[in-house]
Design a protein around this ligand. Structure first.
Ligand code: IDP
Ligand code: MG
Length: 140
């Protein structure tokens, strides 16, 4: 597997509990490199655009309100098989179903407030990285 890049978001529930460093340590310990990172607050419209793929889902409005409710840290993670590796480190969507030792199991509060986002394919990773970062901001 080649070196890949993936888009990660540390969500408002995690920034509120000052978990940015603890979550970043999980990525680095697993061999992922943080090659771009910034903290920002999404507007409702930006959250709605980012999660547009979910617009038919019952949780869409709530998810967009939540993702714009406080600061997030958006980041690009690079490494061998980074998309799948990050999904493994994150754990299942619902913290109650996530494996022990994953970020969502250890830090997630609920299926919605599950501490992190990670791209689910290399194609989506490229689109999601371009949503937040210019090439100049990614330093490998
Ligand atoms: P993923 O983040 O594990 O890829 P998705 O199905 O893509 O999961 O859902 C995007 C986000 O929407 C989740 O991370 C979570 O914050 C929220 N979400 C997913 N399913 C539910 C639900 O059933 N109720 C409330 N929020 C949900
Ligand atoms: Mg997803």
């Amino acid at each position: 597997m080649a070196i890949q890049k993936t888009l990660s978001i540390i969500k408002p529930d995690a920034t509120a509990r000052n978990l940015t460093g603890a979550i970043n340590a999980r990525f680095e310990q697993a061999g992922l490199r943080i090659v771009a990172q910034k903290r920002l607050r999404l507007t409702l419209a930006q959250a709605a655009q980012f999660y547009a793929v979910h617009q038919e889902r019952a949780f869409y409005n709530s998810l967009c309100e939540y993702m714009s409710s406080g600061p997030v840290v958006v980041q690009v993670l690079a490494g061998e098989d980074a998309v799948a590796l990050n999904r493994q480190i994150m754990g299942a969507t619902n913290p109650a179903n996530a494996e022990v030792g994953t970020i969502r199991r250890d830090f997630g509060e609920s299926i919605e407030h599950n501490s992190v986002h990670g791209s689910d394919s290399e194609e989506n990773a490229q689109q999601e990285i371009a949503f937040f970062f210019s090439g100049l901001e990614i330093v490998e």
